[in-house]
Design a protein around this ligand. Structure first.
Ligand code: TA6
Length: 283
């Protein structure tokens, strides 16, 4: 059994990354946005999707993996960019630890910044037979801090036309493709035949991605997340995204975990909030 290893390396575009090898898997985390760009169990296809056309440049978001969305989701009025400010910042790699069971944890911290006064943001990635990501926000200010968070995970699938997402039947959602109209999910399994962009509310529970082409099920388990976002850009939007291949919509789906829009978090002074997601695959 290979011994766990953690190495700091220079990655695509000269950007620094942390590469983590465990007896079961390998992962890569770019310090840019503390973005997990790769997780793959030995002998399996990659769990995470990374666009072949992603930019790897300072101040540009990485297209794929697990973008960390904080302190806002989407593009609220007056905000300078889509999906928060931290996915394009360089985080610090603090430490890594190998657990007795062979899992490796790597801890990252967002450097203090004037736009987030007295707010400490850390991110802990645990790599083993599954992948865990935990976004931890501590409010050291003297006032309540309201924010949205989301781990905007891109998953690899073999063929989107043979893929479905289960676990959301009966749940209310906002349909971004229909002026954010509030609807109720009627399907046991969501299938993809067009651009799909939905924010599901009151979903603290597990969802599953059933990938018939790769003959695997991906399980997304969450702690302290009540919003789930399901997204596939489909044909026309794929063509409009410069950092995304025209055909890449066929081999990915986003199932994102966080607390967004009406489910934003209100963190009292001295409080800590942790959003945790465990991603695993079953063949
Ligand atoms: O999570 C879905 C979504 O909000 C979509 O509307 C789409 O914009 C996607 O995120 C990607 O956003 P980005 O800013 O990374 O291009």
């Amino acid at each position: 059994m290979t011994t766990p290893q953690v190495k700091q390396q220079t990655g695509i575009g000269g950007l620094p990354l942390v590469r983590i090898e465990t007896p079961w898997s390998m992962a890569e985390v770019y310090l840019q946005g503390a973005t997990v760009t790769h997780f793959q169990k030995h002998g399996e296809p990659p769990l995470l999707f990374l666009s072949a056309k992603s930019r790897f440049e300072k101040d540009a978001p990485i297209r794929g993996g697990i973008p960390v969305i904080f302190p806002w989701f989407g593009k609220p009025e007056g905000k300078p960019a889509q999906h928060g400010s931290v996915r394009t910042r360089q985080w610090d790699f603090v430490e890594s630890k190998t657990q007795a069971d062979g899992n490796v944890t790597a801890r990252f911290r967002l450097p203090a910044s004037a736009d987030l006064p007295s707010i400490v943001v850390e991110y802990v990635v645990t790599v083993g037979q599954s992948l865990c990501a935990e976004l931890i926000v501590t409010n050291n200010s003297k006032s309540e801090f309201t924010f949205e968070n989301c781990l905007h995970t891109y998953f690899t699938v073999g063929d989107i036309s043979q893929t479905n997402v289960s676990g959301l039947k009966g749940v209310e959602y906002l349909d971004a493709m229909d002026n954010f109209t509030r609807k109720t999910e009627r399907e046991d399994a969501i299938r993809f035949t067009c651009e799909t962009d939905r924010v599901y509310f009151n979903t603290p529970h597990t969802t599953e991605i059933h990938d018939a082409a790769l003959r695997r099920t991906i399980r997304v388990e969450k702690e302290n997340s009540v919003s789930t976002v399901v997204w596939n850009p489909w044909i026309e939007k794929a063509k409009r995204m410069a950092d995304y291949g025209d055909e890449e919509y066929k081999t990915m789906v986003c199932v994102e975990s966080g607390n967004v829009r009406s489910e934003a978090i209100r963190l009292a002074p001295g409080g800590t909030s942790s959003l945790k997601v465990k991603m695993s695959s079953v063949l």
